[in-house]
Ligand binder design. Structure first.
Ligand SMILES: *Cc1c(COP(=O)(O)O)cnc(C)c1O
Length: 359
């Protein structure tokens, strides 16, 4: 009935422990759809990682969430501190935390005026200062840092470090990171802790060697939770099968079947994040030709789906529905039976599973 994520628990847990052991100071990231597993489940798992600190040699004392709206869900399942990755602003969910939870939060501050506003409201607030990187998302310039250093004075006043969010897949981040770390030193800020994202293991080692007086804390989501893909399997359930002849009509749009085969109805649709890239039914010929050229459309106008049967990727008979999808299986291929589980290729960060089974 469901779109299911099945996790090989033993293998997954072994990967989590190994990843944490390899990254001293790691800050696990649990945000959004929880990388397909929910923020709550990941927060509970982060607590489990904290409980296994003796085994990994790494204390997991800080968990990152994406937004202030995610803080409560994580806070009720994880006992340590919570770093909010979205910068604090003087409005919205950031102002709605209850006092008890707020004491466990480490804020990200990306504008000097926000630091003044945050400390005006909560003099004891703990925070990291985000530096502007080549991403140009959020962050302070070196001039901003210097201004903040002056405003803070010699006392740390809740300052827990600086943070830099780096782009993915550039050849090397080290030049940019070095420049940013030098900005911290030049600013006179009384901190030697740097939170980084998206550095490779080798880059982290080089950074630690280059700046021995700095503590580098990697914020890691994907490589932690989804780093061992072999431990994860996404499946859909076959809900119905209909034999069809050429010319039979089917679907919301009353299309006709171009050749004999079977319509196979499976769980998983737009509500789960399935197949949003699928072209709509009334595509122009030109758009169809373009899709065909990219290999997404077969000769009779069906679009490739992420579902596969016996290792063969199958075509959507029509665009996915809210919670189910209709596939076309041409005659000659094995027809799956109702109740059978079939594989579905998904982007975990964009998929809402009905169930997550940790086996
Ligand atoms: C999401 C996020 C991360 C984690 O990214 P992954 O690619 O999932 O490891 C790290 N830092 C920041 C600021 C983020 O928003």
């Amino acid at each position: 009935m469901s779109l299911t994520l099945t996790v090989d628990g033993e293998r997954w847990r072994a990967h989590l422990l190994a990843t944490v052991a390899r990254h001293p100071g790691i800050v696990p990231v649990a945000k959004g759809n929880g990388y397909g597993m929910s923020v709550g489940r990941l927060a509970r798992r982060a607590q489990w990682l904290a409980d296994h600190a003796a085994e990994t040699g790494t204390d997991v004392d800080l968990l990152a969430v994406g937004t202030y709206d995610e803080v409560e869900e994580a806070a009720s399942r994880y006992a340590g501190d919570l770093l909010v990755l979205t910068p604090w602003r003087p409005f919205g969910a950031a102002l709605e935390l209850d006092d008890r939870t707020a004491r466990r939060v480490v804020h990200t501050v990306s504008r000097p005026e926000d630091l003044a506003a945050l400390r005006g409201r909560h003099p004891d607030a703990r925070f990291v200062l985000e530096q502007l990187t080549s991403m140009l998302r959020h962050g302070m310039t070196r001039r901003d840092l210097a201004a903040v250093a002056e405003a803070l004075g010699p006392g740390r006043g809740g300052l827990g470090g600086v943070a830099m969010h780096l782009p993915l897949n550039t050849t090397s981040h080290l030049g940019e990171v070095s420049r940013l770390v030098n900005d911290v030193v030049a600013s006179g800020l009384p901190t030697r802790t740097v939170f980084v994202s998206h550095l490779t293991h080798a880059e982290l080692a080089q950074l630690a060697a280059a700046y021995p007086d700095f503590t580098v804390r990697p914020r890691i989501g994907t490589d932690l939770w989804l780093g061992d893909r072999g431990a994860l399997r996404a499946t859909a359930t076959v809900l119905d099968v209909h034999e069809v002849e050429r010319g039979d009509t089917f679907g919301y749009r009353g299309r006709t079947v171009p050749k004999p085969g079977h319509i196979v109805v499976v769980s998983g649709g737009t509500a789960h994040g399935i197949g949003l890239e699928a072209p709509t039914g009334d595509q122009s010929l030109k758009a169809r030709a373009a899709t065909l050229a990219r290999g997404g459309l077969d000769a009779v106008g069906f679009v490739r789906s992420p579902f596969s049967i016996d290792g063969k990727q199958r075509l959507f008979a029509e665009p996915p529905h809210m919670q189910a999808s209709m596939l076309f299986v041409p005659s000659g291929a094995r027809v799956p039976s109702v109740g059978e589980e079939i594989d579905v290729r998904v982007r975990f960060t964009a998929t809402d599973f009905d169930r997550v089974v940790v086996a």
